[in-house]
Design a protein around this ligand. Sequence first.
Ligand code: ZN
Length: 361
Amino acid sequence: MRSRTTALRFSALAVALSAAVGLSTPTADAAMPKSRLTSPAIEAPASYQAQFLCKKNMQPGVKAFRSMVLKNYKGTRSASEVRSCSSSHTSEHADGRAWDWGVRVWNKKERKKAESLLNWLLKPDQFGNEFANARRLGIMYIIWDKKMWRSYTGEWGPYSCSGKTSCHQDHVHFSFGWAGAYKKTSFWTGNVATEMGPPLPLYDSLTKPWKFKVKANQGQKYGGKLLGNGLLYTVTASGTWRYGKKDFQVADAVCQKTKSGQWVRKEGLQLSGVRNLTPTVPSLNGCNTVNHTYSATLSPRGTDAIRYSLTDSTPKNNSGAVDVTIRRIVALPDPEPGPGDGGGGDWNGGDGGDDDWWWRR
Ligand SMILES: [Zn+2]
């Protein structure tokens, strides 16, 4: 068996933090099952898939993980499971994709158990695959004692918080990607799983466009369909909305009118994966003041629900909407010179305050 230092060797930060967490202490993780797998094939580290559903039940992979952990670490408990979506806090608990394991950092026995499990999850396997059990289980991130391990960075990083629950000193938080949540990963099936999406229909019709409105007076929404990994789509965003009650306070997907009556580019439509909406009729400043229609192509790099909103810090006095049409295409159209970057923006992520959306590059 390799040492734990080897497990974390490719990140100096991880080594430093693991020492701080106490991960460098030898542990007895023998209680946890050994991998049944005889091949080095393994899942890629789970990418970040944000919370968005309201499920009443824990997903099967999370449940099975909980049972395995509680069985192997006697004297520990389940601290939190499915959480209501009415809670303002965003986390995968509302998807049934997260579990809080009740262990307290100030209790030496429980701390050792936490360290033991984390070691078991993150150590390399006999083939040298880093974070082997976490990957085979499809774990997306872990939070424990003011630190957060993200599968998509492969590192422990600081977790800002205050108080022992928020700082995860009385529990360890585990979030799973959808494949792990569905219990479809190799730890359970023996077969390596590719990334899976939330339980929504795939939009892959070549004939029927998918249309929806992004309303100006509401915050972030999730689309009711998935875009397919590697498929090609065009996105068209059309129409104007008001970001205030005054006459000049008009905007479209990409630009807004200023007091002086000029249209200028300003963060407008946020639609995950879409970063360069281009005017279909070019006007000044990269805007389209003729019919306020913009388009972009999109080729998702994973399978996840799309998120959208119109950016405005005070959406209450807004009105109107931008109409979005997504069409699946078979080949990219000829490239046209665009007026520059735009449309992209930052999102706030889940429990970990993360914003690694899967199609970020
Ligand atoms: Zn939690």
